[in-house]
Design a binder for this molecule. Structure first.
Ligand code: ACO
Length: 349
């Protein structure tokens, strides 16, 4: 059975740099607070109208295909991870297929937030291993800046996120020991509502009585989208940051060690850990727990913020371009986020 390998990788971040200081014009926050709690100095925001989750994905995908020596017509399947799609439906997979003038191939959308890319990679890996497809485009792309609460009410969430896209082309390899060694996926829906965007949705706030009370029962149309939802900020992401932090620092090391142990390896064997860029403090905690040196972990949240599904491929792409990931290196990709869902992938570059 062939393994899959990343034959090409690409990334795109918008030109528009938004510093912590820039955010103070909209909300009560400070560069000092943001840097101290998250490590973030700046992030990129997409052009309001000209850049979308799909257009950024196209840029990253072109680079990945160039590196893999693949044309859009040769791609057999798309797996697209995002929590900020162009439309509520259809998903971005078909928009990417259309934009790149690909054949009438399958296009799958993955909704696993911060672990979306690792989930997407795992799905693609299974299709390559089974022999079903030979060229799969796996993408993570986010345009967060369109839907954040830029008032002080939303500051614990909005200062964290940034826009961008990353993409890889997966192909089969017969080279012994190379490629994706294993992937590991997990979820625990018990805390689904502590990191979520509630509306618009079909839940009708059945779990949250005070919000439900705000609905006008006579107006069935308001169940999906209403002025009350806007007034209460339910159309923006909600996060209980400290609770997410506590879970993340347990699950990150756990899923990384799971991948290593499944392959008879240990943390000291790792050449590079690419953690999802949720918070620099989380990455540093994980690094310390695993006893890794600074040169064994690549972080770039300082420059891009948390780009959710795009963060792992952007960080991997950067590490490759900086020469931090070289041929034959053992690399672990790991992510944790909303759901909760968490995942890892161990690969030999
Ligand atoms: N600027 C200034 N003050 C702020 C800001 C801000 N941007 N945000 C919150 N504060 C204030 C709060 O109001 C609070 O004030 P109070 O003490 O007067 O009530 C104080 O700072 C502390 O707030 P906390 O929320 O406890 O701050 P914390 O130290 O936990 O940091 C953070 C918040 C950065 C969000 C952190 O909890 C975190 O990173 N959590 C994990 C995030 C994560 O991993 N998410 C998963 C990925 S995202 C996804 O899956 C979509």
């Amino acid at each position: 059975m062939p393994r899959s390998r990343i034959a090409g990788i690409g990334m795109y971040v918008p030109e528009n740099v938004v510093t912590n200081q820039d955010l103070t014009q909209w909300m009560e926050t400070s560069d000092e607070w943001i840097q101290e709690r998250t490590g973030i100095r700046e992030r990129r925001y997409a052009h309001r109208t000209e850049e979308t989750t799909t257009t950024m994905a196209v840029e990253a995908a072109r680079q990945a295909m160039d590196m893999a020596g693949t044309t859009p017509q040769e791609i057999d399947f798309i797996v697209f991870a995002t929590l900020s799609p162009d439309y509520y439906f259809p998903g971005c997979g078909v928009l990417l297929q259309r934009a790149m003038k690909m054949r009438e191939i399958g296009a799958l959308d993955v909704r696993n937030q911060c672990s979306g890319f690792v989930y997407a990679l795992s799905v693609a890996d299974q299709f390559i291993r089974s022999g079903m497809y030979r060229n799969i485009l796996v993408v993570g792309s986010e345009k967060h800046s369109f839907g954040l609460d830029f008032t002080t009410r939303g500051r614990n969430v909005s200062v964290i996120f940034g826009d961008g896209a990353g993409a890889v082309v997966l192909q089969p390899t017969e080279e012994p020991g190379r490629g994706i060694l294993s992937t590991h996926l997990h979820s625990d829906g018990e805390s689904a509502e502590i990191l979520a965007m509630y509306n618009p949705g079909t839940h009708a706030n059945h779990w949250k009585e005070e919000a439900y009370a705000a609905f006008d029962e006579a107006d069935i149309g308001q169940m999906f989208f209403s002025h009350a939802m806007i007034d209460q900020g339910q159309i923006y992401p909600f996060m209980d940051g400290p609770a997410v932090f506590k879970k993340a620092v347990v699950k990150f090391p756990e899923v990384i060690l799971e991948a290593l142990h499944a392959n008879g390896l240990q943390a000291s064997d790792l050449d590079m850990l690419i953690p999802h860029q949720a918070n620099l403090r989380i990455s540093q905690f994980v690094q310390q727990r695993l006893g890794l040196r600074d040169d064994q972990v690549h972080n770039n949240i300082q420059s891009y913020g948390n780009t959710t599904a795009a963060s792992v491929p952007i960080a991997l792409c950067e590490a490759v371009r900086l020469g931090k990931v070289k041929e034959g290196n053992l690399v672990c990709l790991a992510a944790f986020g909303s759901g909760f869902t968490w995942a890892s992938a161990l690969l030999r570059w």
